[in-house]
Structures are given as C-alpha cells and as structure tokens.
Design a protein around this ligand. Structure first.
Ligand SMILES: Nc1ncnc2c1ncn2[C@@H]1O[C@H](COP(=O)(O)OP(=O)(O)OP(=O)(O)O)[C@@H](O)[C@H]1O
Ligand SMILES: C[C@@](O)(CCOP(=O)(O)OP(=O)(O)O)CC(=O)O
Length: 403
C-alpha cells in the first residue's frame, strides 16, 4: 500500500485566461498571469492511495463519491461538446499521463487507486476550485509515482487555470505556439515573498454553484465575440509585459490600473459574447464603484478589483490600507447582526476598525442593506502545493475508504 496527501492553492488572475485555441489540449489564445494564494486560508486537499487490495478505482470529492471507473472513456473522447464528464475524463487522462511519465518498473504502477479530495471553500462557485483541485491531484499523483520536473502541462489538462496553481508566488502561463501544447506551461515570475505586503480580500457576493461555467462561457466568446480577438492579439502582449514589470518593481499604482482594466475588458468580452454571458451583478458593480471612489479620494490607486467568472470580487491591496478599506466595506455593506464575526470575517485576522465619519462623508457612497455580502476572506500571496506527511492528515483509511 502507498498513500500520499497534498494541499494546493487557488490562484487569482490579474491578466485573465479567456479563450482556447485547442479545446482538448486546453491551449489558450493569450498569456495570463496570477498570484497564488496562501494554502493556510484556501486550499484543496487530496489523498491518493494505491494498494493491491483495491478492486476498482474510486474518487470522492467533498465527501460525495463521483462516478469514475464506469465512465465510458470512448464516449468522452468522441464528445464534441464538453460537458460535466469533462472533469472525470480529465481525471482519467491525468492519471494516464502521470503514469506514462514515471518509471514504469514501479511495482505498484498497475494497482487501482482511491482518490479523496476536499476544498475548504466553495466548489464550482467562481473561486478557482478547479485550479486548486487539479493542481493538487497532479501534485499528489506525481509524488505517488515519483515523477520530478514539469507538471504544469499535465495540470493544465484538468482545467487551464490549474497550471498556474502548481507554483507559488506570481505565475505566468505562456500560451505557447506549438500545436502539441508542449510549450504551453506556467512559470513563476516572482516568489511568494517578493511583495510581502500584498493582501487579497475576497468579497463573497454569492457562493452558490454558478450556472454558466468558464469552459462554456469562453467557448461561446471565442465563437461569437469580435473583441476577444482584438484583446488576445493587440492588448495582452503589451499588457502582460507591463504588469510583469509593475510586479517586479512593486509599483502598486500601475499594477492596480492594469489589473482593473483587464478585469473590465474580460467582462466586456463576456457582454460582447452572443448571447452574452453575464457574471458580475449589481453588487459587483457597487464594489467597482467603491474602489474607484476610494482611489480617487486617495489620488492614487490604493486598491484593485478583479472578477473571475462570477460576481465575487477579489481585491488586491497592500497591508497598509487594508484596515481603512475594510472599514469602508463594512460601512457600505453592513454585516448582518445575526452572523458571528468568525463566520463573516474569514482567513487572516482582521481588526474591526471604526469608520471615520469624515472619510465616509467625503466618499459620499450609499449604504446597502445588511447581508448584501455573504462573507469576506482575507488572504495573501503564498507558496505552491506541498505534501503533508503526518498520517493524521490523510483523508483515506488504509482500506481505501474515506475516514
Ligand atoms: N478538489 C478537487 N479535486 C478534483 N476536482 C475538483 C476539485 N475541486 C473542484 N474540482 C472540479 O472542478 C469543478 C469546478 O470547476 P468550475 O470551473 O466550474 O468552478 P471553479 O473552478 O470553482 O470556478 P472558476 O474556474 O470560475 O474560478 C468541480 O465540479 C470538479 O469537477
Ligand atoms: C475567469 C478565469 O478564472 C477563467 C478560468 O477558466 P478555467 O481554468 O476554469 O477554464 P477551463 O480551462 O475551461 O477549465 C480566468 C483565469 O483564471 O485566468
């Protein structure tokens, strides 16, 4: 019997990946760049066990068994439109590729496996669970089958954005030009400690499973949007170099401007998609408005928003402005009285600073009803995936069943 457990991070892109040039190999039409977030706050955790006693392959996600062995791979391969099976298909493909890359004389290479994974944050809600989940799966499989070297290309086959989660710090996914996809890999551009004051505040507007997934959304954009081509050909090549430089120089003002412009352009493409795929809602737009008011008041960009394929805002900001900005968020979006502070302010500890009346008067923003925000998560840039060696950490028992 052999067992490994790993944790892997989510990542939030500041230059968004949106659109594929190859759906099966998950090859993007543009480079993207993200920060990997600390696994101390948000992570996927995956245990993989292999044993000669297992009769079939098994997979549990968040406590629920997922069909695995009984999926007809052939059907998946011939499917022209991607559907929910794509996730199980990706799982099977990833296991196959990791095994292919390992030393095939390993005595346990042909044993069946049991996989058990959990996310400590909402799954399929636009908070990058697939990125953390597939990075974790590939990292744990690589440890199980003792492979070293490149794994971002394998993680990419689960979900494109997952290739960036196999590294910590600031990570760029190079779109690559080869049709084989060999050069479509992620690389860190700066370590997790490069910009230690950077914080990320996730304002959760809705953590329900989203209706319009990223895969389908971006396919429709490629098929119908004219703006998407302009973005990938004429905007991103320069923009990605500029943000790379801003990050290396720790120039927050410039970093924030590019981050917000890129989020806005991505959602403009969603609106340019026919029929449009709308992810942001009125609360998201109220957050955008609040950030711009605050930056104008400060006469400099102190805070940057970015939205993935959902209404939740990820706010990048430096530690020095965190408390003041948070106090404004709390005033504009009041916490419901009946929710305990610990259930509302998640992640890194936050002070409940009292708002300065004159600041609110200057900002002149309208207060919302209680409960418009569901909760907040405060986190920071962190390291990539890692193995957990203590046997208490395993999610599976020695018989291959979940604990
Ligand atoms: N820990 C995990 N292990 C394996 N697969 C996972 C894990 N977490 C999520 N997934 C897969 O990813 C799917 C969710 O991906 P989806 O892209 O819809 O949402 P998301 O990643 O949370 O949002 P987004 O990509 O917009 O940020 C799940 O249905 C599941 O198939
Ligand atoms: C908006 C995004 O979060 C899109 C993520 O898309 P996915 O990586 O979930 O898509 P697939 O490759 O089809 O699985 C932007 C980003 O993370 O860069």
């Amino acid at each position: 019997m052999k067992i490994v457990t790993a944790v892997a991070p989510v990542n939030i892109a500041v230059i968004k990946y949106w659109g594929k040039r190859d759906e099966k190999l998950i090859l993007p039409i543009n480079d993207s760049l993200s920060a990997t977030l600390s696994t101390d706050v948000m992570c996927a955790k995956t245990t993989i066990l292999t044993s000669p006693d297992l009769k079939e392959n098994k997979f549990w996600l968040n406590g629920k068994e997922q069909s695995f062995d009984n999926v007809r791979l052939k059907n998946c391969l011939t499917e022209s439109k991607l559907n929910y099976n794509k996730y199980i298909f990706a799982l099977i493909l990833i296991i196959f590729l990791v095994k292919k890359r390992c030393n095939s004389t390993l005595p346990y290479i042909n044993w069946k496996i049991a996989i058990c994974s959990e996310n400590n944050f909402p799954t399929a809600a636009g908070l990058a669970s697939s990125a953390a989940g597939y990075a974790c799966l590939v990292y744990a499989l690589a440890a199980l089958y003792e492979i070293d070297g490149e794994i971002s290309d394998i993680a990419r086959l689960g979900s494109g954005s997952a290739c960036r989660s196999v590294y910590g710090g600031w990570v760029r996914w190079q779109k690559g030009i080869l049709s084989s996809g060999e050069d479509s890999i992620a690389r860190p551009i700066a370590s997790a400690s490069h910009w230690p004051e950077m914080r990320v505040l996730v304002l959760v507007v809705n953590d329900n499973q989203k209706k319009y997934g990223s895969t389908i959304g971006m396919n429709h954009s490629v098929e119908t949007s004219t703006l998407i081509r302009y973005r990938s050909e004429s905007v991103i090549p320069q923009r990605i170099e500029e943000i790379n430089k801003a990050i290396l120089e720790r120039n927050f003002h410039k970093f924030a401007e590019i981050t917000m412009k890129d989020s806005n352009q991505f959602h403009a493409i969603c609106l340019d998609t026919y029929p449009p795929c709308i992810y942001m809602n009125d609360v998201s737009h109220a957050i955008v408005n609040l950030v711009h008011h605050y930056n104008t008041y400060k006469e400099e960009n102190k805070v940057a928003y970015t939205f993935d394929a959902g209404p939740n805002a990820c706010i990048y900001l430096l530690e020095s402005v965190l408390q003041e900005f948070l106090s404004i968020v709390n005033y504009i979006f009041p916490k419901p009285m009946d929710i305990k502070a610990n259930d509302y302010f998640k992640g890194l500890p936050l002070d409940q600073t009292i708002i300065k009346k004159e600041l609110m008067d200057d900002l002149n923003l309208t207060q919302n009803n209680e409960g418009v925000l569901k909760y907040l998560i405060c986190t920071k840039v962190g390291e990539g995936p890692r193995l957990l060696t203590s046997s208490n950490e395993h999610l599976l028992q020695e018989n291959g069943l979940p604990k």
